[in-house]
Design a protein around this ligand. Structure first.
Ligand SMILES: [Zn+2]
Length: 198
């Protein structure tokens, strides 16, 4: 291999889900097997990096200030579903079971992996509660130890003086799997069967 190839492979290997072999295969594919596709890929990366960012309100992907869900007047803004990652939101949207809005934390508390409250999208959730008419928070976080710790932290640090019902979904969801791997029917019953938390 060449130094530039190895540098590319090193960066690819740092991407989630890619190990040594898969990063090597991708680098070979891009540089040697299908080099004609490379300019399109580079252009798509640059364009996405330029226009895609976090919705300033909820943390979902957006190309303007607000994501499509926050900008949709028909959504019920008083009910906020808190999820770990954007793909969880996508799974819930696909189930068509929820007409409220979301808040994406972009992770869960994990002292072992060095993830503390300051690393998660907590502050903007506090700001939303303080500024808006949130009446219910639905915690759709993973039902593992870290998801549970995140739910506890969140409920303990709600801004004082706001009457908010906090509920937790989890009924019927696979242990540790969370919403991402659940089918639409399971997600719908998990939302309908949400229980009071606290
Ligand atoms: Zn949003």
């Amino acid at each position: 291999m060449t130094p530039a190839f190895e540098r590319l492979q090193k960066y690819l290997k740092q991407l989630p889900g890619l190990g040594f072999r898969s990063s090597e295969r991708i680098a070979l594919h891009l540089l040697v097997e299908k080099p004609g596709r490379l300019p399109e890929l580079v252009a798509a990366l640059q364009e996405a990096a330029r226009v895609v960012h976090r919705c300033e309100r909820c943390g979902n992907l957006a190309e303007g200030e607000r994501c499509a869900i926050c900008a949709d007047e028909r959504r019920d803004r008083s009910v906020v579903c808190v999820v770990e990652h954007v793909p969880d939101l996508v799974a819930l949207e696909r189930s068509a079971a929820f007409r409220g809005v979301y808040h994406v934390l972009h992770g869960k508390l994990s002292p072992i992996h060095g993830v503390g409250p300051e690393d998660l999208n907590f502050e903007s959730l506090r700001a939303r509660i303080e500024a808006s008419e949130v009446t219910e928070l639905i915690l759709a976080l993973p039902n593992d130890v870290e998801g549970e710790a995140t739910c506890h932290y969140l409920t303990e640090h709600l801004p004082p003086g706001h009457q908010i019902k906090v509920t937790r979904i989890g009924f019927g969801l696979p242990s540790g799997g969370g919403v991402l791997y659940a089918d639409a029917v399971t997600l719908r019953s998990a939302l309908e069967g949400r229980r009071g938390y606290q």
